[in-house]
Design a protein around this ligand. Structure first.
Ligand SMILES: N[C@@H](CCC(=O)N[C@@H](CS)C(=O)NCC(=O)O)C(=O)O
Length: 354
């Protein structure tokens, strides 16, 4: 007993000397760190590199229903975060294709805590889960599969008919929205709009590959790097690929020519977050997008495409990253950010006629 008391006193003294929290605080801290370590164990390599895991639900909706998931009304519900670049892609294609009535959506809280995304009605544009009144997005994943062991990500497309997740992979959701819901588009022009046309497919897939790896995911690989070497590798590749895009955009209005495609939408959602968040928060600060004349003009061009601006929410974007990633921004202070006017004239429409 005496030994235990002595030991406790010694621990308290050591804690005091090291200016460490007390026993119960240390236990909470330890649990928090363990939870974080578990997350990072699965996403950080031994070299300190961030590795994104593949999405887990990969069903396809088809116009004719041959896949078991038919494109139809009052069936699908989209869960998104307005902060998330992957979810943002789905909102843009939904908007451009005029699917607002057929695909309703719910926005989660911008703040992501230990249990992942949650629902709230206390923040602008957020609302409670309309289907199950769930508190967390993870509950929906467990409804779809009680043994689910993957990440609880957005975007996520829910099928009300089969009470399951169709897919949680944005690159596939945007393909389905582009081609499988044509009978439901609001206007004939939106039905006609093809963001992944047959004759450009190979080119779109070609740019997507390196843009995904080096830019869309490159900002995360830079920001979540756990070693100098991993950071340097990711950030160098990121800026080499931004230079490559700058060169392409000096010749054509969009990535694959004079027509907006899914490749542009996928790149845009990263570019629009770059100067306000990735430059500071993810240390992608060799240059800003504003410093690249073509990339900056192109970002404004896509932003000013009718329907796109209303999908961009700077409050959700800026608060989410800087307040949720406490491992890289421990005091959760949201930076003032640069003054950015996405509405400045871009003059890139002139390139189409050249
Ligand atoms: N490959 C997925 C990635 C989606 C993704 O990583 N979403 C992030 C938000 S930006 C998320 O929900 N993260 C939650 C988590 O990892 O727990 C896609 O493109 O849809």
């Amino acid at each position: 007993m005496l030994i235990r008391v002595k030991l406790q006193r010694q621990v308290r003294q050591i804690c005091f000397l090291l200016n460490q929290p007390g026993v119960s605080q240390r236990r909470t801290l330890h649990l928090k760190m363990a939870a974080r370590a578990k997350f990072f164990d699965s996403t950080i390599s031994t070299k300190g590199e961030f590795m994104r895991k593949d999405s887990s639900f990969r069903n396809w909706i088809t116009a004719d229903g041959s896949s078991g998931f038919k494109a139809e009304g009052d069936r699908y519900h989209l869960y998104v975060s307005l902060a998330c670049p992957w979810a943002h892609r789905t909102l843009i294609v939904r908007k451009l294709k005029g699917l607002e009535d057929i695909i309703p959506y719910t926005v989660v809280d911008w703040l992501m805590g230990e249990k992942g995304w949650n629902f709230t009605d206390k923040k602008p544009k957020c609302s409670p889960d309309p289907l199950f009144n769930a508190r967390y997005v993870r509950e929906l994943y467990f409804k779809a599969n009680p043994d689910y062991e993957g990440r609880f990500t957005v975007p996520m497309l829910w099928d009300k008919k089969n009470s399951t997740i169709v897919t949680n992979e944005s690159s596939e959701i945007i393909q389905m929205f582009n081609s499988e819901f044509n009978d439901f588009c609001a206007t004939p022009e939106q039905k006609e709009l093809d963001l992944y046309p047959e004759h450009l497919k190979a080119q779109v897939d070609g740019v997507n590959e390196w843009i995904y790896n080096d830019i869309n995911n490159g900002v995360y690989k830079s920001g979540f790097a756990r070693s100098q070497e991993a950071y340097y590798k990711a950030v160098t590749q990121l800026f080499a690929s931004l230079d490559r895009v700058e060169e392409i955009l000096s010749k054509t209005r969009y990535l694959t020519g004079n027509q907006l495609t899914l490749a542009d939408i996928r790149l845009f959602t990263t570019l629009v977050r770059f100067d306000p968040v990735y430059v500071g928060h993810f240390k992608c600060n060799k240059k800003r997008i504003m410093d690249y004349p073509n990339l900056w003009g192109y970002t404004r061009d896509v932003y000013q495409t009718p329907g796109v601006a209303e999908t961009v929410d700077r409050e959700h974007i800026e608060k989410h990253y800087q307040q949720s990633h406490t491992s890289i921004n421990p005091f959760a202070i949201v930076a003032i950010g640069p003054e950015l006017d996405f509405n400045l004239p871009h003059n890139r429409d002139k390139m189409t006629k050249a």
